[in-house]
Design a protein around this ligand. Sequence first.
Ligand code: NDP
Ligand code: 2IT
Length: 460
Amino acid sequence: MSTIEATLHSNEQKAKQYVKNVYHATEQRNPHETEFLQAVKEIVDSLVPVLARQPQYMESGILERLLEPEKVISFRVPWVDDQGKVQVNRGYRVQFNSALGPYKGGLRFHPSVNESIIKFLGFEQIFKNSLTGQPIGGGKGGSDFDPKDKTDMEIMRFCQSFMTELYEHIGPDTDVPAGDVGVNAREIGYLFGQYKKLRGTFEAGVLTGKGLEYGGSLARTEATGYGLVYFVQEMLKDNGLEFNGSTVIVSGSGNVSIYAMEKAAEFGAKVVACSDSDGCIYDENGIDLDTVKELKEAGNERISAYTESHPNAKYLDDCSSIWSIPCDIALPCATQNEIDEETAKALIANEVKAVGEGANMPSTNEAIDVFRNNDVLFAPAKAANAGGVAVSALEMAQNSSKLMWSFEDVDARLQDIMKDIYQNSMQAATDYGTPGNLVAGANIAGFIKVADAMIAQGVI
Ligand code: NDP
Ligand code: 2IT
């Protein structure tokens, strides 16, 4: 072994030990936060080659600092239901990292929300936002409130109570929330109204995903789903494949799923299945997206109702059944951990060629290993679903310049951003010895920028 090789080897051993120690300390400090620990493990393991080559990151305790949120806010959200009964939910905002800009990330309203889920989402958001190349830090928030069985007035009262606590902690240059599961234009409208009333000023840039009448951006609604398909298209192209002529399945039937289906179909794919938390539909002629939009965007229906107007489609009474349907390309766009090791193997048995993550952390770490070990092209969430937050940052830019760009302008910028994220992630994977590994590449490219900004700003 030459002296250089010996030094590299010794640095790699040090980096491995450092990552092991840091992960162990994180487990000890957050023992019950399984989703947060899962997200941390995936990232820190892939950073070993960077830490070995640039030991200054270890010396300045970057990982120890990065893994501890700058601020965690947890608060009571009391509200009165339509029967006059007092209800109490729990609200969160995790302001994870502001090295690159104001905290930025969505709000999730779903009964499963807890601190671990908000922390995993906030942690991933740091790297995702860094990858977009825009000046945004990472954060996330939400509540265990379930909007599904609530009336419009109950949703409004809940959003007003949530914002009555949150408003002190956010602002266009401080922290800019947006939507996520259970939070769409209606909720953003009620949240914005209450913020405006409490502040007494019209600060458009405090929230993104707003309605077009009061500061929203064209193409924000479509951005995550379209961006996912733009990203996957780059990955397919690099490998001699394309959407055109492919069979695609897309889990979920919410915001991300609907616009991923729309763009995939526009690119010539046949989308044969989608789902909600109760079950999935399989339409071998290709899903009729207008019907899905009518059921899910305009109405508050279950996806099973699709078969009423499309009797030839099949309804399977279990949302995980979607993964047993043969496809060339799978786009998980519903929720975390919807694809585990067994599911990944089932997809491979059906000869899936590519997986693109629209949801956040939809594949377990074991499932990712199965895909990679079987040469399935894999586009990780942090990179592939960054289009939503990227257009949110474009919404912030429009708000601060008091301009409104055309749909075509925003969409063209989105396409450029997704191509850049793909190229930068591929380049980082090659530079650090794992060519073609987009999981490592995205983590590394996202990390380096944040770490350098943290070092430049001192120990704060
Ligand atoms: P929506 O609330 O619009 O839709 C969520 C969809 O996923 C619904 O079809 C819902 O079914 C289904 N779903 C939600 N939770 C579960 C669950 N526990 N099990 C099974 N199905 C479930 O959310 P989005 O489309 O906005 O978000 C989907 C995913 O994409 C999330 O992981 C989110 O974090 C991620 N994401 C969203 C972005 C955005 O801009 N909105 C940006 C980047 C990522 P049901 O109606 O039955 O609840
Ligand atoms: O997970 C995500 O990137 C989002 N929910 C979008 C966040 C945003 O600020 O637009």
